[in-house]
Ligand binder design. Structure first.
Ligand code: MSP
Length: 509
């Protein structure tokens, strides 16, 4: 198990859209990893926030008929309150309009400029307003921006440029020496292929005649900073502000594949120019698709986290997303599939198992846990959970959440079979066998205890409810090494069952 500190970041979300599934997913993954590693003794720090400058935001504010600042305040706040209600935790929330961030970006710009890596030049090129960047002819698809499917505008401007090309060779060599810098490997290959072609220099300014909503260049106040040269710096400015620069090279950036180039080419070359070590790793995920296309506001197929919470609960939504998407690949979001998973895995395998155990404990022993008397079949049950933990830990280490959950659910299947095979409800008909019934229920209560502990990062609310029903204190959720058989002292009481996950009959249309 790694013990080095883990500094986890999500992308900063643009404040031109309200929080949706894509934003939720990556923030939730950060929350899962933080909970998972903290329970295993690792120092973790998580950062998220909002990206508030640039054309896109100025445009969204104009459309809403308000000043950019007021618009940014409202939407940034909406992200925070949504995460709060959705049960997502993070350690710090940064806004690119925070004064400390603005000052830090200006400091970096001044340094890179002083070193000679920023120069002034006139530029004529193809500009996509949606992407807020210039395109080279060969990057277009049939003359159109590959993302926005519109023809870029030809514009000519005098601007400042970052000498990105000066760092191209060094970046390529670094990626060859440190292949785990980008994960999964397919994305590393994509980046190395890109670096074998000339990457050119990066235009990092926007004249105020065209855009004023941005960070003013410290060496020329007729210009604001290009939004990516501003936003990427957040990963360092937040640490500097919080006095946590010791976490710096421990950065693990969680990002979607849509922003790979910015994080794998712009960001490392910026760090090199600023004289800072590179981040530790990029963890790149795929996209959630709906009806085989991208989710989009204009198509009206946006999945809102709090609507999902209202219909199914936070944990069921989390579980479905983690179980459905192989990190790195695209996945299709379907509410029908969510309901199927909820009913099968959560209501049935986990919920029914918990209800049956707690109900029998009440019926036969008024909730009081009985002594153990381990038999080979009991040892096999315990072993199933030892295996589940080992597999889960190996899988989460490689961000294969779906595989990790599968491993835990194999142990739950084992526990359900154990109930059928040991048949405590049949044994209980014979008074003489009651001690064995008590022992079986003790083993099963241990199975539930370990399930709650292992499931906590993924199903935090359920884990707490289950612990409450078992009569165990929340602090012990992180006590993973508590030996099997020692969680329940003699005379320990468990509660009457409650439905953890009511079955859902049909998905709303
Ligand atoms: N502001 C930039 C990032 C700057 S980071 C210094 C940005 N913002 S964004 O609001 O568009 O959000 C981007 C991230 O949200 C993606 O990288 C991805 O992690 C997540 N998602 C947005 N839509 C998504 C899907 N449909 N599916 C999965 N995640 C996607 O880009």
């Amino acid at each position: 198990m790694p013990t080095d500190p883990l500094y986890l970041t999500t992308p900063l979300f643009y404040v031109n859209a309200e929080p949706h599934l894509g934003h939720f997913y990556i923030t939730m993954v950060g929350d899962v990893l933080a909970r998972f590693w903290r329970a295993r003794g690792r120092t973790v720090f998580t950062l998220t926030g909002t990206d508030e400058h640039g054309d896109k935001i100025a445009q969204a504010a104009a459309d809403a008929g308000v000043e950019p600042r007021a618009h940014a305040d409202r939407v940034s706040n909406l992200f925070r309150t949504t995460w709060e209600e959705a049960g997502l935790r993070y350690d710090h929330f940064i806004r690119t309009t925070d004064t400390y961030h603005v000052a830090f970006v200006q400091k970096v710009l001044a340094e890179v400029h002083a070193r000679g890596d920023i120069y002034f030049s006139s530029y004529r090129g193809l500009y996509c307003y949606g992407c807020e960047r210039f395109y080279q002819e060969r990057e277009l698809v049939d003359g159109l921006c590959p993302d926005h499917k519109v023809a870029p505008a030809e514009i000519s401007e005098e601007n400042y440029f970052f000498r990105m090309s000066a760092y191209q060779e060094r970046l390529l060599a670094t990626l060859e020496k440190q292949p785990d810098l980008i994960f999964p490997d397919g994305y590393r290959r994509e980046v190395t292929a890109l670096l074998r072609e000339p990457i050119g220099d990066l235009c990092i300014s926007r004249p105020k005649s065209r855009l004023t909503w941005g960070i003013t260049l410290p060496f020329d106040d007729r210009y604001v900073t290009y939004v990516w040269f501003d936003a990427l710096v957040n990963y360092v400015s937040a640490l500097d502000h919080l006095g946590k620069m010791d976490l710096w090279p421990a950065a693990h950036h969680l990002i979607g594949k849509d922003i790979l180039k910015q994080h794998a080419v712009f960001w490392p070359t910026m760090l090199m120019a600023a004289g800072l070590p590179l981040f530790r790793r990029l963890y790149v995920h795929g996209h959630w698709q709906m009806d085989a296309g991208k989710m989009s506001k204009s198509l009206g197929n946006v999945v809102r986290p709090l609507e999902m919470k209202a219909r199914y609960g936070n944990d069921a939504f989390r579980y479905y997303l983690l179980r459905e998407m192989a990190y790195g690949q695209d996945a299709e979001f379907s509410e029908d599939a969510l309901v199927t998973r909820l009913n099968a895995d959560l209501a049935n395998s986990l919920g029914n198992l918990a209800s049956r155990i707690l109900a029998m404990q009440q019926r036969y022993f008024q909730g009081v846990i009985q002594p153990r008397s381990p038999e080979p079949i009991d040892d096999a049950l315990r072993e199933a959970f030892v295996t589940a933990r080992r597999e889960l830990e190996a899988r989460i280490g490689e961000l294969a959440f779906h595989r990790g959950l599968e491993a835990l659910w194999r142990a739950l299947d084992h526990a359900n079979k154990y109930v059928v095979e040991t048949a405590p409800f049949t044994l209980a008909k014979d008074k003489a066998r009651l001690p064995r019934v008590g022992a079986i229920l003790h083993e099963l209560s241990e199975a539930l205890r370990v399930t709650a502990q292992l499931a906590e990062p993924f199903l935090p609310e359920t884990a707490r409810r289950l612990f409450g029903l078992l009569g165990l204190p929340d602090e012990r959720l992180a006590h993973l090494d508590l030996p099997w058989g020692q969680a329940f002292a003699p005379g320990h009481h468990t509660s009457a069952p409650e439905a953890l996950f009511p079955r859902v009959e049909v998905a709303p249309a």
